[in-house]
Design a protein around this ligand. Structure first.
Ligand code: WQD
Length: 341
């Protein structure tokens, strides 16, 4: 009987975390969710049970709760950790820097200390393309110098990556993969889980779908005077299910490393889509025109950034299967179903 590979999934009830929990289950890992539900719905574990048809281990609590972590460390022989738990809105982080530095760094350091204490070696860290800052070129590779992030959110992710780089070979023996997400959108095809921001959405796609369903009056496009083809910002929108799959491949990759190790991968589609193109594509895919107006630029935004994803393809044997149109279709399906769940 092979040893169960328990993986602590911090923030596992969140948007990317919940989709990743399903991918872990489908690939023989045993996820244990740790989530304080500050930015996630408490019924997500039940919904994951509906989709997967099996029991989900979910613990309510904060990554900073050392006593709880000790209990979990004694209860499960964890093989690895996927650390999602963090605040993640670029715009909000500019307005509330201390909230972002405090939560994102203290939760991260608490998890690293927990890993050291229980000699857990494998960690996949949920990083972000915002660590590149306003890169000189719009298309970034993993070798692109990590610029000065334009937001406390991006800076907090950069600090965490630096801490992993400084510590993996200093006696911890950590085996580390940092996954630098571009813009996650879309939802599981069942429409039972998806992006569920608390309050007014910071991110573009949930704001669009909430406008389409009548929850928001109109979308404000933050700036149309950027040096881009149509003046609006360009991003690399990646389906959350593609993103989830990459986490499993990252764990498999770590499993094949013999000892201390650090690496990072861009996770995107390699295709840039502007805000205006998202609005037009949404109308084309769903038949729903989105009322919008142009407003001022949002502090912290970079004009355009999208991924060079050769490394993830060549090393993790991963590439995005879904395009933005399909992601929009699933996001809209989720928006229409979510209040019936
Ligand atoms: C996208 C574009 C906005 C809302 C996200 C995640 C971050 C990271 C990177 C993972 C920008 C514009 C938005 C609105 C708008 N991913 N916009 N009106 O800032 O690229 O960051 O991806 O770690 O966690 O937050 O995404 O969706 O907020 O913005 O015009 O109401 O849409 O200005 O140009 P962002 P976003």
């Amino acid at each position: 009987m092979t040893e169960k590979k328990y993986v602590l999934v911090t923030g596992g009830a969140g948007y990317i975390g919940s989709h990743t929990v399903l991918a872990l289950i489908n690939n023989g890992y045993e996820p244990v969710i740790l989530d304080n539900y500050r930015n996630a719905n408490e019924n997500v574990p039940d919904r994951l049970e509906r989709i997967s048809g099996r029991k989900i281990i979910a613990v309510k609590g904060a990554c900073q709760d050392e006593e709880l972590l000790n209990e979990l460390g004694q209860q499960y022989n964890f093989w690895g950790v996927i650390h999602f738990a963090a605040d993640k809105a670029v715009g909000e982080s500019v307005q509330k820097p201390l909230k972002y530095y405090d939560n994102n760094l203290t939760s991260f350091l608490s998890i690293l200390n927990f890993m050291e204490k229980f000699e857990i070696k494998n960690i996949v860290f949920s990083s972000s393309c915002t660590v590149y800052g306003a890169a000189d070129t719009a298309i970034v590779t993993e070798e692109t110098p990590l610029g000065a992030p334009l937001s406390p959110y991006g800076a907090s992710k950069l600090f965490c990556e630096q801490i992993l780089k400084d510590s993996f070979d200093k006696g911890t023996g950590f085996k580390v993969v940092s996954l630098r997400y571009f813009n996650p959108i879309g939802a599981h095809s069942s429409g039972i889980i998806g992006e569920e921001p608390q309050g007014v959405p910071n991110n573009l796609m949930p704001y669009i779908t909430q406008t389409a369903i009548g929850e928001r009056e109109a979308l404000t496009v933050f700036g149309n005077d950027y040096p881009t083809p149509d003046g609006t910002c360009v991003r690399d929108y990646i389906h959350v299910v593609d993103l989830a799959e990459a986490h499993v491949l990252a764990l498999n990759y770590l499993d094949h490393q013999d000892n201390k190790f650090w690496d990072a991968f861009n996770l995107g589609t390699g295709v840039g889509t502007s805000v205006k193109e998202c609005i037009d594509l949404f109308a084309k895919v769903t038949g729903k025109e989105i009322p919008f107006k142009y407003g001022p630029r949002r502090p912290g935004d970079v004009p355009q950034i999208y991924a060079k994803v050769d490394k993830a393809r060549d090393v993790l044997k991963w590439e995005a299967k879904y395009d933005v149109a399909y992601a929009i279709e699933t996001a809209w399906n989720w928006e229409q179903k979510k209040d019936t769940l």
